[in-house]
Design a protein around this ligand. Sequence first.
Ligand code: NIG
Ligand code: FE
Length: 411
Amino acid sequence: MNRLAVVNCSELVTVAGPARPRIAAELRDLAIIPDGAMLIADGRIEVVGPRSEIERWIAPDGIVIDAAGNVVMPGFVDAHTHPVFAGNRANEFEQRCTGATYKEIAAAGGGIRSTVRKTCAATEDELVASAQRYVNWFLRNGTTTIEAKSGYGLNLEDECKLLRVIRAIQPLRTVPTFLGAHEIPDEFRGRRDKYVDLVVKEMLPSVVSQRLAEYCDIFCEPGIFSIEDSRRILTAARRLGLGLRLHADQLSNSGAAALAAELGAATADHLEHTDELGIAALKSAGVQPVLLPGSVYALGSKQYPNARSMIQAGLGVVLATDFNPGSSPTPSMPMILSLACTQMRMTPAEAITAATINAAYSLGRGAEIGSLEAGKCADFVIHDCRDYREIPYFFGVQHPSAVYIEGKRVL
Ligand code: NIG
Ligand code: FE
């Protein structure tokens, strides 16, 4: 048996608690063990507790990791990313700096469709290489699991290519999502219904029969996919056994949050324009909101989602990066925590809960990852700080000094 002991943690931030997403005041309880220690066997956590209680159980033949008085936390679970794409859109970033909007750039043929053109032209190996570069960025920021979407192929062959790239990603844990309805591809302009047909009749059945995805997502937005299109695609996906996630109410309040509730989606993501009615609908259906402040920040908007209302309403709030080449080019969960605290008035503890255990539940992985509790995977990070609040407070700093996935050091 492969045994590890982690000792000398100023704070062992366990995020232990009930076996469900944390809501309301629970989000503030990180179940911290001061001067904590943790024993791991074959990649699973055996026990956590104060060092004085744990030390006598340390196996003589085991490896001891000295956290040197630093904070030890679960790895971040980033529940919304688009990490497989070719090229980047630094040119559009510059255009936005001088006043062009995301919508204008997309309407002029840039935006998602420009990344689609480059991504379709790239080989699978090239895309694996570029994704691996971003994987290192995620690890350096303390992320150990990502939900990863396709969506820059927009035809059966290229969407499957992207999902295979996601499957090849190492050593991050990945949860794959099919996002064939991310945009209307160039060749279907003006024939949106035909593209929806293709997604429903060919792409979804093929993706499911190849077991390439666990979830189906859609960009539900007036001018992209309507509520009706979204209902059709997501109903078909659900019938085939996929879980549902939606890009909802990002650029306007179109009723997408209510649709997520109607369909029993796992998550509704973005929600910058969702009102109190939408929040109530999410609550009644148990849909978790995934908030993506990086995209608000990077688009230069001030319209952050209303996290306080969502917490007050009792939703299992999640935070994620939305890493993508257009609206949110950051893989950094610490940056997202900083934005959540300064722009959305979440506390550091609420932000950490949203970025770990609540994110894990939103991906159907709550029993495996997202907290440091006996029986769970030993996915943890040593942060170079003494107090967990330093993580969002010292922003723009890469705090992780060591990252472990299933008890193996990966950084
Ligand atoms: O979550 N809104 C749609 N999708 C992404 C943006 C993707 C892109 O611009 O390439 C988002 O913001
Ligand atoms: Fe997104």
